[in-house]
Each structure stands twice: as C-alpha cells, then as structure tokens.
Write a protein that binds this ligand. Sequence first.
Ligand code: LLP
Length: 413
Amino acid sequence: MDYFEYREGQLWAEEVRVAELVERFGTPLYIYSAKTLTRHFLAFDAALKGLDHLTCFSVKANSNVNLLRHLGTLGAGVDIVSGGELYRAVRAGIAPAKIVFSGVGKQAHEIREALSAGILMFNVESSQELECIGRIAQEMQTVARISIRINPDVDPKTHPYISTGLKENKFGLDMLEATGAYLMARKHPFLDPVGMDCHIGSQLTQIGPIVEALEKLLVFTDRLHASGIAIRYLDLGGGLGITYDDEQPPLPADLGRAISTALAGRELTVILEPGRAIAGNAGIMVTRVLYTKKTPMKHFVIVDAAMNDLVRPSLYGAYHRICEVTPTDRGLMTVDVVGPICESGDFLAQNRLLPALAPGDTLAVFSAGAYGFSMASQYNSRPRSAEVLVDGEKSLLVRRRETYEDLIALEVE
Ligand code: LLP
C-alpha cells in the first residue's frame, strides 16, 4: 500500500498535488512518500516482533541521505555494499552497530573504513576476502565480526540478472568451503564469526525458496554449533518482491510468520535486508511528453525522461505502470513511451495502452522508488533529475537537479 492516489481528478503524493511539484521542480522528477516508507519499514518491524531482529534497509535500492535518515529515525539499520554507501549511512546518522557490509569485492580501504566505523559485521563472500579482513583487523588491532554468506543453491524463480543464490552465481560460499572459512575464523585472534547470511535474489514472489534457504542455513548452524561455533546473527538478505503490474508477492507478515516458525526455540537475531519492498512503491518518477510521432509500424510518445533516469525497463524489460498525472478521457492508443537517448533500447514502456497523449502532458511512472534514481547516470550528458520527499503537506527537495556545470565539474580541462 502506498500514499500516491488519484483524488479530485488528479494524482496526489500524500497531501501534495503532483502537478504542483512539477510546476515547482520541473521534470523528470522523482517524488518519494515518507509515509509510505514508514509504513513499509514498520511492516517489516512488526513482522519480526517476538524475535530479536534488525531490519537493515538495502542502501543500493535508494541511497538518498534524507531517505536513509528518515528510515534511521524509525530504527532501521542498513545493508551496504561499498565505502560510498558506508559514508552515506554514517552521514545519515545510522548507528554503526546496525550496519552490515555485503558484496563480493570489498577493497582494503573499504574494510578499514568499516572497521574504524565499528560496523556490526562483514558478510563475507570468499575465503580470500576473509583472509584480507583478518589481516587488516590485525593491523588495526581490532576484532572484525564476520558472517559467511552461504550460497544455498536454491532457485528463487526471478529474473536471471537478479538471481543470486544459485551455484552458478558469483555470490557466497558453498557449505563445504564455508565450513573451512568458519574454522579459520574461529582460530583467528582478530576475527569473530558471529553470523551467517544469504540473499537468494530480488523481486521474489514466493516465500518457498527463502524458507528452503533458511532451512539449509539452520542445518548448517547446528553443524557449526557442534564444532563450537555459535552463530548469533542469521541474515536472510532482502528480496521480497513488490507489485509493479499484477504480481501478488508475499507480505512482510507472511515472511515473518515463516521465519518465526522455522526459528522457534532458537536464540538467534534475525536480520533482513529489504530494499525494494520498502522503497519501490514509495516513489514515482514524473516525466513530460515532448512529442508524439507516428511511423508506419508504431506510435511513439517521446518523453523527457530516459534510460539514464530509469534504466529498469531497458535493462531487465521491467514493467512500470504509467498513468497521466491529470487523467483525461481521451481514447486509448497502443504506444511505445521512449526517451531522448540515442539507443533503440531507450524506452520506459513498449506496446502500452495509454490515452492519446499530447506534448506538455505529464506522466507518472510508478514503483520507481527502488533502483530508480540509484541506478541513474548522466549518459548522453543528461543532468540527473531532482528528488523530492513528501511528508504530509510538506515537500522537501532532497536532491537538486544537476546542472551543465555539474556534468563537467570533475573533468580536468
Ligand atoms: N541484500 C543483498 C546482499 C543484495 O544483493 C540485495 C540486492 C538486497 C539485499 C536487496 O534486495 P531487494 O530487497 O531490494 O530485492 N537493480 C535490480 C535489483 C538488484 C538487486 C541486487 N541486490 C532491479 O532494479 O530490479
């Protein structure tokens, strides 16, 4: 559920008219709803009540410092995958004790930064990485808390680009290698093996694969326990899907129930790393129609947002619902909604039934709050769009639109 809705013949973001935001800030424009973020975060929190738990928002989904700060005030931790995300999280006031660090390619300087900050744990993805963390912790004379990311080899039944828990994927260690890693960590004076984690994929629409992975992990924690390694944190990653079109993904409460059942009687702190399920439907992107164009094959609607602003349709063939900001009763047409970028792959929608559009009309692209702005680029030297956070009747510019000067600011002339 989100707080973007049509009332009085137009689209509202909470108590603010989207058309008013467009007048003030221009297009393309990302608009986020604070109330929706709160609602989604609290849904995870409530789903795990009764268990020791920590909900770590996955920063890669939406890394705007203001959003992170908003989630932080609700008690969120974060899942980071780079020194840059650590920097953002710390700037947003997230307590280091609530930060987990994932990713297959952590660099030495990033490991040092995370150890200095005092993060909760590193989700380790290879034996070499574990050795590297041990070496750096020793140099710094500090103990690194670690979790080993297990590749449980389960099929998450999602897009192959966002499946991460199959044995052909680059993520995590299989259980045999993980056993060696845990034994090495136990003996190492500067490593403390406190956790076990997995993340099997994203936009999951079934709970079954997550439970299957969880059960494999529990069997493994029992085996480790027998060798004197007591796992305290079980991090199940993110991945819960959202409704873009007509998907009916499980709710956080469904996931919470399944986890609670599986963990009954165990003393483990559960960590989840949701990104999309918190931010996805808490954001829209608004774009303006520049031209319409009819060719012998197609009707094109050319808008001012492009694949550099929202790459998901081009990259994954992802569906995003598109509607007029101010609905009309014009007849429907099948169109491709395309951007100004010089690539045929630059589209926001293909063969979409939309009211006949005209230059100047504004369109809302829904479910754009996750992996929208965070994946944006300046391709074709297009300044990145502005971002606005709406909270009730208030709207706050949380990132200004880039300028031409911004485009070349780092270039050395
Ligand atoms: N934890 C780890 C270790 C991850 O790799 C990811 C996402 C998450 C948590 C958060 O997953 P979520 O709850 O958002 O599904 N750009 C793609 C999605 C890539 C997801 C990568 N990893 C998209 O636009 O669909």
